[in-house]
Design a protein around this ligand. Structure first.
Ligand code: ADP
Ligand code: MG
Length: 232
């Protein structure tokens, strides 16, 4: 059976740089799998997540979703898949300061043209430990709490794939670990595939995830660099 998501010999560069950032990347992700992509700054983690989320197109190679080549899809088809299947969590949280927490969580549904039920955002806020805070605004929360809201927002459309780009990068150590534990609980409960890009190796054990190291434009099963990856 085809994998949930597969990259085959993917190459991706930017016009401004002579070398491709990703050069011949192969990756298979099954539904319900947890992966942690480790790599130093500039290694290409964000580029890789953008390809997995059909935000960027590869220069070469294939990106298969349930066996279908998404490289061949139109922009409209790719946007539809993102709306239906993708949740994304950013390092800098990306909440809208002018919206209260409930409206922030429900925003992806509004963008997708789905009217949120009154309870959707509230239930998710409750689930991430922010019960009764739906009318608060992002500036009234700690960094760890804001990231919890961002996790709730990523889950509001019941995605099959959740991508998290350095989700603990702007958090203190204990808050970062709490976010890791929250991701693990929610992933085990809801069964989506989870790909976390980070340079925080502790997330591998917190998430009980398969680690892959990104360097020299490729994914590796081991860290081949002299430098030990530090904390976020
Ligand atoms: N939009 C862009 N235009 C040009 N170069 C980019 C762009 N985005 C990323 N890069 C370059 O690609 C390389 C990998 O970036 P990125 O994927 O953001 O790595 P990471 O997330 O691991 O820090 C870096 O050298 C970066 O400068
Ligand atoms: Mg990045």
């Amino acid at each position: 059976m085809a994998s949930f998501l597969e990259l085959q010999q993917v190459v991706k560069g930017y016009p401004s740089s002579p070398q491709p950032v990703l050069n011949d990347v192969d990756l298979q992700i099954e539904l319900g799998e947890r992966l942690v992509i480790l790599g130093n700054s500039g290694a290409g983690k964000t580029t890789l997540l953008s390809l997995l989320g059909l935000i960027l197109r590869a220069d070469q190679g294939r990106i298969l979703i349930a066996g279908e080549d998404a490289q061949q899809w139109t922009e409209k088809e790719r946007a539809l898949w993102r709306n239906r299947s993708l949740g994304y969590v950013f390092q800098d949280f990306g909440l809208i300061p002018e919206l209260n927490l409930e409206d922030n969580v429900n925003l992806p549904l509004r963008i997708a043209g789905v009217r949120p039920s009154k309870w959707q955002g509230r239930e998710l806020l409750q689930r991430v430990g922010l019960d009764g805070r739906e009318h608060s605004y992002p500036k009234e929360l700690s960094g760890g709490e804001v990231q919890r809201v961002a996790v709730a927002r990523a889950l509001v459309g019941s995605p099959h794939l959740v991508l998290a780009d350095e989700p603990t990068g702007n958090l203190q150590r204990n808050q970062g670990e709490e976010i890791g534990h929250l991701f693990l609980e929610l992933q085990q409960e809801l069964g989506f595939s989870l790909v976390v890009a980070t340079h925080n190796e502790r997330l591998v054990s917190v998430l009980q995830a398969q680690p892959l190291w990104l360097y020299d434009g490729r994914l590796h099963l081991k860290n081949g660099e002299e430098t030990v990856c530090g904390e976020d």
